[in-house]
Every structure is written in structure tokens, then in C-alpha cells.
Design a protein around this ligand. Structure first.
Ligand code: UD1
Length: 421
């Protein structure tokens, strides 16, 4: 299994292009099932998760072709006749559950495996299920599969989510595009990836208002048509690389980076003493002289601080001046990076959903491993700040969500390589 070796090497400097958003793309791809005409996605990130989603769509009968070195994905659902999403694929990636709504809209029937346990928490699907039931689907759990049926089609409804789930908002929004009548989702998720999906669906002929607010209204239409849609930039990849010059010193320009998608994260970095400037091509991030100040962070649904940047922020705060308190409110088990950071000399105390991080002067390189995507990249960031060599194993997590991760870090002068073993 491959590992990544990082050596703390002083300040970094240069430019990093930000890829298209993995999470947006995983929501956009199933939208192809809503039309028989082709859906073409551009600015697609080259990632293992996108490959898994492609395999899933193929298993459902979708024709897929990857063009321009994987940055363009052409999808056609004309012959898609299989409503069954098999456990073998779904278990690899939870976001596979985003085919549930589109399959149901297409066939009046869907059989989708439950994704099973996930390293960062239980992650149930009750909000997806109750939302689709409100649209008239009958859904039963049998042998680990959700069996959903709507033989007479879906009907618009007023739905109040108990929590603003990203995936449930996407599933219900897609299913409602061709339902009869009007659907209103109250307490909808507001993430930029939802806005991106609504833009794509609108380009396909859907009638959607309010995406990006907590009330989304969808007027059902008879059919959707084909479209070409550019995937929005990956705010989580952007935020991750923004931290490179902050942990290691120096300055980095994120090409295509957008402050408006990461306002709360940028504000926290500024509070910690980081300079962020909008440029003609993106965002310039610079560590100012002097130590990074400790800051308290609480993860929240958008526009709050993203849970997907909590691990990376913890790596930074491990060497801040003072004590920071990080509170994780989205997932119940998302501090698995903490013991690994502690192996590198960080001083962290976990108490339920709260981590108290007492900044130390210097981290020290160590062999470490992580059990999820964002945790893995937080260990690379810690390695950039550490003295000596850090070896991060289980690199397959990184391949799921960071395109050309080694190349991008090397491009700013980091001493990092991937080794096969
Ligand atoms: C998406 C992102 C993920 C991010 C998360 C929160 C994708 C592919 N993934 O995941 O990277 O960390 O948003 O920003 O876009 N929940 C329920 N019942 C449900 C659905 C969710 O209890 O039916 C709970 C989950 O267990 C979790 C919380 O709600 O504790 C957030 O989940 P959700 O917003 O649905 O996240 P995902 O769509 O899975």
C-alpha cells in the first residue's frame, strides 16, 4: 500500500489551481438519470470517488465517457433501465445514496443498498427517506436495501427537514424536479454544492427557487432535457491548501479560489493572524510574521465553519500560541486525527464532541495513519510544520478526494513524495 513521506522544509511559495468540487460532482452525476438526453459535466476533478460514482452509474445502465484527461464527463441515461444500486459499489462510498431520488423519479422504483457504517459516525438516512415518503414514495428496508416505490409517480409536498442534511436536500430536490405540483423543502441545506446542483437542474429545464437559502421551492415539470454544466470549485480543497503557507510559512495563491464560498473559514484564519487577499485569479494567503494565535472553532452547517476543514484546522492549531477549543457538531466521531497528531507531539484533549488543543512550539515527524479523507490531509499539513519525517499511510483515502495531491504540494516547494510498498 502506498504512503506519503513529508519533510518539514521551511516556507512554501507558489500557485495551486483549485479543482472542481468532489462533493458537488457526486451530486451532479446522478442528475443524469432525470433525463434521457446527455448531461455533460466540465471541470470534473480526477478522483477515485468520481471513478466509483461512474461505475455506479454504469451499473444502472448509464453510458459514460471521460474526455479531456478526465476533466469532462459525458453521461447519457437513454438506456438506463436498472433501478438497483448494489451494495458492492454503495459500500465504497456513502454518496452513492444520491441515486435514490433520481432512480425513483425515473423508474417509479429504486432499490438502493444502505451504505453501512462510516468511520466518522453512524450517518443514517432517515431524512432522505422521510423526504421521499412525503413525495408519495413507499420505502421499506429489506436485507440491507432500501426498496422505494412510487408506482403512480411522485407528488409535490411541503417537507420540513429535522436537520439541514446536504445529501437529503439533494436527493429530494432531484426527485421533486419531475414530481406533479410544487415541493417546498424547509430547513434545506444551503451549501454551495446545493446551489451548484440547482443551477445544473435549472439548465436541464427544472424550475427551482431559493437554492442557497433554507427554503427551496421546486415546481415539477414534465421532463428534463440535456445540459452542459461546469462543476463549482472545491471549497474544501481550497481551504486545505490555504493552510499550507499558514503551517509552513510563506505565501500561496489559490487559482480559482473564492472567498465567498468559505467566508467563515477565512474569518477564523484572519482571527488567527493570517492575511488573505483576493487577486485577479483567486486568493492569496500569507502567514504574517509572528506566531499563529489560538482560536476557537465550532463546526456548523453552511455558512458556518465546515466540518470538512476541522481536521486540517486542528493540525494548524496544534502549534498556535495558546489554547484553542474545537467543537464538532455535525458528526459524532470526527476526531480520529487527534491521536495521530498527538503522536507528532500535539497536546490535545478530547472530551465528547470537544477537543482542547494546547499549542506546542514544534511538532515532530512520525509514522501516522488516518481513517478518513480529511484526517489524512491534516496529517500532511502537520508534516509540513514538523521537524523531521512524517510518513502518512493509507493514502487511498487521499486519492478519494484530493486530485494530484503530491504534485500540488510539490508545486509550492514542499518536500513530499509518494512511495509504493
Ligand atoms: C455531505 C458531504 C460531506 C460533509 C457533510 C456535512 C457529500 C458527498 N458529502 O455529506 O463531505 O462532511 O455533507 O457538510 O456531499 N443525518 C441524519 N439522517 C439523514 C442524513 C444525515 O441523521 O438522513 C446526519 C448525519 O449522520 C450527520 C449530519 O446529519 O451527522 C450531516 O449529514 P449530511 O448533511 O447529510 O451529510 P452528507 O450529505 O452525508
Amino acid at each position: 500500500m502506498d504512503s506519503i513521506v513529508v519533510k518539514g522544509n521551511g516556507p512554501v511559495k507558489g500557485k495551486i489551481p483549485v479543482a472542481g468540487a468532489k462533493n458537488a460532482c457526486l451530486g451532479l452525476m446522478p442528475a443524469t438519470l432525470l433525463s434521457d438526453e446527455p448531461l455533460t459535466l466540465t471541470n470534473v476533478p480526477r478522483l477515485a470517488d468520481i471513478e466509483t460514482a461512474t461505475q455506479l452509474l454504469r451499473s444502472l445502465g448509464v453510458e459514460t465517457s471521460s474526455l479531456q484527461d478526465g476533466q469532462v464527463l459525458a453521461l447519457s441515461s437513454q438506456g438506463a433501465d436498472n433501478p438497483l444500486a448494489h451494495y458492492d459499489i454503495v459500500r465504497k462510498m456513502r454518496a452513492s445514496n444520491l441515486v435514490l431520488g433520481p432512480l425513483l423519479a425515473r423508474h417509479g422504483k429504486a432499490i438502493v443498498s444502505l451504505p453501512g457504517g462510516c468511520a466518522i459516525g453512524a450517518r443514517p438516512m432517515d431524512i432522505h427517506v422521510s423526504g421521499l415518503e412525503a413525495l408519495g414514495a413507499r420505502i421499506e428496508l429489506k436485507d440491507g436495501y432500501l426498496h422505494a416505490e412510487a408506482p403512480n409517480g411522485l407528488k409535490g409536498a411541503q417537507i420540513d427537514f429535522r436537520f439541514a442534511s446536504v445529501g437529503a436536500t439533494e436527493n429530494v430536490m432531484m426527485a421533486a424536479t419531475t414530481a406533479k405540483g410544487t415541493t417546498v423543502i424547509n430547513n434545506a441545506a444551503r451549501e454551495p454544492e446545493i446551489v451548484d446542483l440547482a443551477r445544473c437542474l435549472t439548465a436541464m429545464g427544472a424550475q427551482i427557487d431559493g437554492a442557497g437559502t433554507d427554503r427551496i421551492e421546486i415546481q415539477g415539470v414534465d421532463r428534463l432535457h440535456g445540459a452542459t454544466h461546469p462543476v463549482v470549485v472545491d471549497r474544501i480543497e481550497q481551504g486545505t491548501y490555504m493552510l499550507a503557507p499558514v503551517v509552513a510559512g510563506g505565501d500561496v495563491e489559490l487559482i480559482g479560489g473564492r472567498r465567498d464560498l468559505l467566508q467563515s473559514f477565512c474569518e477564523k484564519l484572519e482571527e488567527a493572524g493570517v492575511s488573505i487577499t483576493e487577486t485577479a485569479d483567486g486568493l492569496l494567503v500569507k502567514r504574517q510574521d509572528g506566531p499563529i494565535r489560538a482560536v476557537d472553532v465550532r463546526t456548523e452547517v453552511y455558512p458556518g465553519f465546515p466540518t470538512d476543514l476541522q481536521a486540517q484546522m486542528m493540525a494548524l492549531l496544534s502549534t498556535a500560541d495558546g489554547t484553542s477549543v474545537l467543537e464538532e457538531t455535525i458528526f459524532e466521531n470526527r476526531f480520529m486525527h487527534a491521536p495521530e497528531l498527538m503522536r507528532m507531539g500535539a497536546d490535545i484533549e478530547i472530551n465528547g464532541a470537544t477537543a482542547t488543543v494546547r499549542g506546542v512550539k514544534q511538532l515532530k515527524g512520525a509514522p501516522v495513519m488516518a481513517t478518513d479523507l480529511r484526517a489524512s490531509v491534516s496529517l500532511i499539513l502537520a508534516g509540513l510544520a514538523a521537524e523531521g519525517e512524517t510518513i502518512v499511510s493509507r493514502v487511498y483515502h487521499l486519492d478519494r478526494g484530493y486530485e494530484h495531491v503530491v504534485r500540488k504540494f510539490r508545486g509550492i516547494g514542499a518536500n513530499i513524495e509518494r512511495i509504493s510498498s
